[in-house]
Design a protein around this ligand. Sequence first.
Ligand SMILES: Nc1ncnc2c1ncn2[C@@H]1O[C@H](COP(=O)(O)OP(=O)(O)OP(=O)(O)O)[C@@H](O)[C@H]1O
Ligand SMILES: [Mg+2]
Length: 382
Amino acid sequence: MAVTKEAVLAGLDAVATPDGTPLPKTGKLSDIIVSDGKVFFSISVDAAVVQAWEPVRKAAEAAVRAVPGVTSAMVALTGERSGQGRGGPPERPQGAPSPHAGRGRPAAAAAERQPAVPGVGAIIAVASGKGGVGKSTTAVNLALGLRDLGLTVGMLDADIYGPSVPKLLAIRGKPELHGGNRLKPMDGYGLKVMSIGFLVEEETPMIWRGPMVISALTQMLREVEWGTLDVMVVDMPPGTGDAQLTMAQQVPLRGAVIVSTPQDLALIDARRGIAMFNRVNVPVLGLVENMSYFVCPKCGERSDIFGHGGAQHEAERQGVPFLGAVPLHMDIRETSDSGRPVVATEPDGPHARIYRDIAAKVRDALGPGPSGRAAPKIVIEA
Ligand SMILES: Nc1ncnc2c1ncn2[C@@H]1O[C@H](COP(=O)(O)OP(=O)(O)OP(=O)(O)O)[C@@H](O)[C@H]1O
Ligand SMILES: [Mg+2]
């Protein structure tokens, strides 16, 4: 029995939202794609209430799965920033950009002001102006792509309010102490990993104030036995507010990769992300368009549900490189959410290839390491 959009919407009528409005009447749904029993759509809410909407996303998936004929459902939840953080406790940093973002107050280059981390080659940030655009998924798969290029890669989860790297890499347990008071990073698919998620229980309320956040970040950067790394990938917290700016300044960054979805609102945030890194003189290595297009798993037909191509145009407009487009795909979602990132678990698949291509562009943009050590010459398979 063929599934129709109307049947999906009827199923969603029973899904209540935090204020009680039935989901289809909220105006927050994207176009609904139905393809061979598989259903995809997104819910866009204010970034400040994203967490409150996560149960709604789950309920929506369950309701769609219950529609006769539906074989799978994927509902993405994205946060539109409107001057607030992306939810969570009130102490969270504001996502609002500073009115001076991109101009005014000259800032010394983060890389100049912050001492290098001994043994660590280039440190790159993966950032986004808004939450839920797939930054952590991109960061993890980019790190694995760099690993596949033969580099020794570390991963630092700087999202202290919402650490997700332990889950994305299915790492459990606590880091061991090395010598006196230095921590040993954990291992995830050959990456050396550190996250606040290893150190605090998930239920611990994240009522960290700004200075504590910075000291946690500094400790994870400098009091961890990273050993020798070619590249460290830092998964930044979303947003471009002062808190994020300060974090960007605490790390001697060689460059930043900005992740965006193709929608206009996300692109405005991506532009703010570029401005933030410009302000601290960190070069933007390029823009990745995530959830760029949807390819029907059955017929191969491509749908641009969010208006594909926006990030590439934005990259051209901003004069930053375009690093690649990653499709919205169930495999990426499922592997990411179950701790089996696609580059590690489906290395021969099309998605892994896209991430490795992005990784190769990032590696080339980095050039030789600060230690004078040239980036290894790697032959990428055809
Ligand atoms: N290309 C993709 N195709 C399908 N699902 C994706 C894709 N990229 C990310 N996702 C899914 O979207 C959700 C959000 O991704 P992720 O956690 O990586 O975003 P984020 O920007 O780091 O979010 P946050 O702002 O909360 O840190 C996850 O469920 C993830 O699996
Ligand atoms: Mg994240």
